[in-house]
Design a binder for this molecule. Structure first.
Ligand code: AP5
Length: 215
């Protein structure tokens, strides 16, 4: 499947993307995971992205498009991809459209994960993430804790709170989402690609997407 997952911070894009990879082997591409990996590795990209991310701001469009133009043309994308956290602005969506036209790839749909704001705030303050940049498994102290407290079930690395999970950064991320990313819902509606789902349960979302795509 070739999907875009839209939704506010904490809507469950990463959680749903990881579950969908198990449905048909499509690859999850999370710009947030790529950027956090670059920050941890201390690469030039990481150095440029770090301050934006900590403050809850978006990383500039040209940096993101540089990553995604290359990533979407890697061989593992041929079987399908799940875009998690990209596109995030109208210019990114326009650039993605041009890129996909150029490489002859057609999207199945853009799925908007709809979750009430109080649930989002609760999820973001209780989320924990694996600190290993090659893993970045997602946990939640309330709904999905690791089997051993503070240790990732998958790779055994420490499970931590992200740098952008301070109260101030969360509030800025939600503001940035409303201003710059929420307009993508209308963009994809006009493109005839939008599907809206109530994302209170990730399993229901996965079932609904699989049914709509016919898998
Ligand atoms: P990114 O990593 O993409 O963060 P985000 O969009 O803010 O999304 P989150 O990862 O916070 O949430 P999510 O929707 O994936 O939810 P999750 O599944 O974890 O981006 C981080 C930063 O990188 C940005 O602020 C920006 O600076 C930069 N960036 C990234 N992409 C960019 C781009 N394209 N352009 C510019 N800058 C970019 O779930 C949240 C919690 O809820 C977890 O604890 C989970 O266990 C729990 N949960 C999920 N579903 C359920 C459920 N159904 N029931 C109970 N709990 C649930």
């Amino acid at each position: 499947m070739k999907l875009i997952l839209l939704g506010a911070p904490g809507a469950g894009k990463g959680t749903v993307a990881k579950l969908l990879t198990e449905v048909d082997g499509s690859v999850q591409i999370s710009t947030g995971d790529i950027l956090r990996g670059a920050v941890q590795a201390g690469t030039e990209l990481g150095k440029q992205a770090d301050a934006f991310m900590k403050a809850g701001d978006l990383v500039p469009d040209d940096l993101i498009m540089g990553i995604m133009e290359a990533r979407l043309q890697e061989p593992d994308c041929e079987n399908g991809f799940l875009l998690d956290g990209f596109p995030r602005t109208i210019p990114q969506a326009e650039a993605l459209k041009g890129l996909l036209d150029k490489i002859g790839v057609k999207l199945d749909m853009a799925v908007n994960l709809d979750v009430p704001r109080d649930v989002i705030l609760d999820r973001l303050t209780t989320r924990r993430t694996c600190s290993n940049s090659d893993c970045q498994a997602i946990y939640n102290v309330k709904s999905n804790p690791p089997k051993q407290e503070g240790i990732c079930d998958k790779c055994g690395s420490p499970v931590i709170q992200r740098d952008d999970e301070t109260e101030e950064a969360i509030s800025k991320r939600l503001e940035t989402y409303n201003e710059k990313t929420a307009p993508l819902v209308s963009f994809y509606e006009k493109e005839g690609l939008l599907t809206k789902v109530n994302a209170t349960s990730s399993d229901v979302v996965v079932k609904s997407i699989s049914e709509k795509i016919g898998i």
